[in-house]
Design a binder for this molecule. Structure first.
Ligand SMILES: Cc1cn([C@H]2C[C@H](O)[C@@H](COP(=O)(O)OP(=O)(O)OP(=O)(O)O)O2)c(=O)[nH]c1=O
Length: 192
């Protein structure tokens, strides 16, 4: 049984490596990530993970895993910022407040799909102009939902989370291991 990572996210590859899993192939999904009118963050995130996994072609001996990470500020969906200006706007909105990070994971084998989503509360300190500008300049916000990465320099902005750290980074490992086992991937047999 081969695992196909249906994600171009380097974070997800690294997180899978933590489970001892090296994907046989990486197939990044190409789907429309625009939210629907009035769509709330959690259903949006769950829908995207499912659409990503459905978009990845796979053979009979393959299991595909895809995921989506969305930052939610109240009802507002903060995706990956298009440019530095948008990243600045996201970070200013998140500064000094609590938000939620949702990661949904979908695993496909044949015509069956297993899904889980994890919601983590995250508090960001009030950012000074100096902190904000230094972070924007670092470029670390590129390709990250909400315009920050907790695993990088922005970790200094996060005094508190309630939930799953690995989910915030892009893949909740406990739930992912559960989904892979449910789909019949030999997670622990491989390392014994
Ligand atoms: C909030 C947060 C997000 N992220 C990243 C994880 C995801 O890669 C990204 C959210 O974008 P996603 O759309 O979930 O994923 P992606 O575009 O990187 O990859 P693919 O669609 O091919 O699976 O934000 C962090 O690395 N750290 C964080 O603290």
């Amino acid at each position: 049984m081969k695992l196909v990572l249906g994600s171009g996210s380097p974070r997800r590859r690294e997180l899978l490596a933590q489970l001892g899993v090296t994907p046989a192939d990486i197939r990044p999904p190409d789907i429309d990530e625009d939210p629907r009118k009035g769509e709330l963050p959690r259903p949006y995130c769950v829908r995207l993970a499912r659409e990503k996994v459905e978009a990845i072609p796979c053979g009979p001996d393959e299991i595909v895993l895809s995921a989506d990470t969305t930052v939610a500020l109240g009802r507002r969906i903060l995706g990956k910022p298009a440019d530095e200006k948008e990243a600045a706007g996201f970070l200013t909105a998140l500064s000094g407040r609590r938000h939620r990070v949702i990661t949904a994971v979908a695993v496909k084998r044949g015509d069956q799909i297993w899904e889980r989503d994890v919601v983590t509360q995250v508090k960001m300190k009030s950012l000074s102009n100096e902190e904000l500008n230094a972070y924007l300049q670092s470029g670390d916000w590129h390709g990250k939902a909400g315009g920050y990465g907790i695993q990088g320099p922005a970790g200094a902005f996060i005094p508190w989370i309630n939930g799953s750290f690995t989910a915030v980074v892009g893949l909740p490992l406990a739930e992912t291991a559960g989904l892979l086992s449910a789909a019949g991937y030999p997670l622990y047999k491989a390392v014994s």
